[in-house]
Design a protein around this ligand. Structure first.
Ligand code: NI
Length: 167
C-alpha cells in the first residue's frame, strides 16, 4: 500500500476520535447552536453519521460490481429525514465510531487491483475506488474544519482587544 492510501486510511480512522475530542465535552447550548447558516456542530456530526453508510455501500458495490453507475444523493434531504438531532451527541459519536471501524477493517483488506476498479458517477464521470478512498477523508477534513471554524467563532465573541493579536 502506498503512502497516500495509508494516510487516507489513518485519517478515516482518526475522524471519530477527533470528533469525540472536539464535541463530547462541549456544553449542549454550544454544540446545538446555529453557528453556520443553519448548521450546528451537532448537525455536522449527524451529517457524518448519515453519509457513512452511503460511502460504505458505494465502496462495496464498486469492488463487487462491474461498471457501477453511482447516482448522486442530496445529502441535506437524507440528513433532515433521518431525525438525528433527537439523539444524543454521545449516541451519534458511538454509531460513527462503530461503523467507521467496521468499514476501515474491510478497506484494509483490499488489494491494489481492487482499488483500481472504476465506476461512473452520474455527475462527476469516471472515478476509481482509490479516488473514493481519498475523497472520503478529504470530505471528513472539510467538515472537521467547518466545526473548528464554528467553535472559533464562539470564542471570537469574547476576545475583546485580544482580537488584535496575530494568530
Ligand atoms: Ni458533506
Amino acid at each position: 500500500m502506498n503512502d497516500t492510501k495509508e494516510a487516507a486510511l489513518a485519517l478515516l480512522e482518526a475522524t471519530p476520535v477527533i470528533l469525540r475530542a472536539l464535541l463530547a465535552s462541549l456544553p449542549e447550548t454550544i454544540v446545538t447552536a446555529d453557528l453556520d447558516r443553519g448548521w450546528s456542530p451537532k448537525r455536522v456530526l449527524a451529517h457524518f453519521v448519515d453519509v457513512e453508510p452511503v460511502f460504505a455501500e458505494r465502496f462495496r458495490r464498486m469492488i463487487e460490481e462491474d461498471h457501477l453507475l453511482i447516482r448522486s444523493i442530496d445529502p441535506l434531504t437524507t440528513l433532515d429525514a433521518g431525525d438525528y438531532l433527537s439523539r444524543t451527541v454521545d449516541a451519534l459519536l458511538g454509531e460513527l465510531d462503530r461503523s467507521r471501524r467496521e468499514t476501515c477493517d474491510w478497506l484494509r483488506t483490499l488489494t491494489a487491483g481492487q482499488l483500481e476498479r472504476p465506476a461512473e458517477h452520474d455527475t462527476c464521470g469516471e472515478i476509481t475506488a482509490s479516488n473514493l478512498l481519498h475523497y472520503w477523508p478529504y470530505h471528513d477534513t472539510a467538515h472537521i474544519r467547518q466545526i473548528q471554524r464554528m467553535l472559533q467563532a464562539v470564542l471570537g465573541h469574547e476576545l475583546g482587544n485580544a482580537a488584535e493579536f496575530d494568530v
